[in-house]
Design a protein around this ligand. Structure first.
Ligand code: PLP
Length: 365
């Protein structure tokens, strides 16, 4: 019986005929890089997702964070407060500028930076706060924004997982000096690899453009030291096709999440803060007892893939290893389990997931 079930993967990038045709057109044009697709993608991304703020495309989300931090003036001697409960790219990007990532705890309902925990780690070297809109839920930009303003700190956004999420009616990517969106295949939309930096500050936008292209805006008139972090036209063409679908996919994710909210029993389902829109990059439940056992049973008995994001907090990774106490971060790392919530799930898949979780959790109780 079990053998006949199709495996339900934790994530599934959706690449359709539109993406294939768009890539083919770029290949046929011969303009694989430096053509018109990147600028068009930037403009369309800005108008669909961040209320028309400037958008600068780069070749990965991590490059976007790194260049955004450099463009905002972050460097050696600075401290930037980040969550420990995130993908390592957040803290890596800070460290790559020569600045020091300082880890603060999360609040338990939404898994994002806790403003009072941030306040407790501020020093006279703190230059900025970099919250992550984890799982597609926006961080508390009101409390963090107030704190940044009171202390004269810059505020940035790691929006890698949160395309289209809003807080207080405004889209993520419109709060910080800059924000970064990842376009990796498992994110809510993809360009293959890629990232988008959004900013309301024209000087920051210009510096990111310089940094991604050897420090030059006009060819061979290099103004500063820079990288090659350019997006290709092939990737931009994929991104443009995905951008036309991302809002529909988000509606699907939200509908799938509402189904789980209604039918799951005996596990902690995600909270949504008042005034926030969650875009469910992940649908993450809390499993206080034997999370890994539940994940293994879902895979083996029910052929359902899940994910643990993230099992090891950044402050305990060898690259950072800090002797600090972050109790909510540690508890989340032990308890979280992300169920498939992606737009390609069928009604039957959703029912299978609910039935499997409810049965396994009920049986363990
Ligand atoms: C994916 C991700 C990144 C890095 O983006 P890449 O495009 O993979 O470089 C950074 N931060 C978070 C929270 C992410 O999920």
């Amino acid at each position: 019986m079990t053998e006949e079930l199709d495996f339900i993967p934790a994530a599934r990038p959706l690449i359709g005929a539109e993406e294939r045709a768009a890539v083919d057109a770029v290949l046929a044009s011969g303009m694989l890089a430096g053509g018109p697709e990147v600028a068009a993608f930037e403009q369309e991304f800005a108008s669909v997702l961040v209320d028309g703020r400037a958008a600068v495309a780069v070749n990965s989300g991590t490059a976007g964070l790194h260049l955004g931090l450099l463009a905002a003036g972050i460097g050696p001697g600075d401290e930037v407060v980040v969550p420990s409960f995130t993908f390592a790219a957040t803290a890596n990007s800070v460290a790559l500028t020569g600045a020091t990532p300082v880890f603060a705890d999360i609040e338990p309902d939404h898994f994002c930076l806790d403003a009072s925990a941030v306040e407790a780690v501020l020093t006279d070297r703190t230059a900025a706060i970099l919250p992550v809109h984890l799982y597609g839920h926006p961080a508390d930009m009101r409390s963090l924004g107030d704190l940044a303003e009171q202390r004269g700190l810059q505020l940035f956004e790691d929006a890698a997982q949160a395309h289209g999420a809003t807080f207080g009616g405004a889209p993520v990517g419109s709060f910080g000096t800059f924000a970064m969106f990842s376009l990796y295949p498992t994110k809510n939309m993809t360009s293959g690899e890629g990232g988008m930096v959004t900013t309301g500050d024209p000087d920051v936008a210009r510096r990111v453009r310089l940094l991604r292209n050897q420090g030059m805006e006009r060819q061979y008139e290099n103004e500063i030291v820079g990288f090659n972090a350019r997006m290709t036209d092939v990737h931009a063409a994929i991104g443009r096709a995905q951008l036309r679908k991302v809002l529909g996919w988000t509606a699907d994710r939200r509908r799938n999440a509402a189904f789980f909210d209604e039918h799951l029993q005996g596990v902690g389902t995600p909270h949504v803060a008042e005034g926030a829109t969650h875009v469910y990059h992940q649908y993450t439940i809390r499993v206080p007892e034997d999370r890994d056992g539940l994940a293994a049973a879902l895979r083996e008995e029910y052929r359902i893939g899940t994910g643990v994001y993230y099992p090891i907090p950044n402050h305990r990774l060898p690259a950072f290893s800090r002797d600090i106490d972050l109790p909510e971060t540690e508890r989340a790392a032990r308890e979280v389990l992300s169920l498939p919530v992606h737009p390609s799930l069928s009604a039957a898949d959703l029912e299978r997931i609910v039935e499997a979780v409810n049965r396994l959790v009920g049986a363990g109780a």
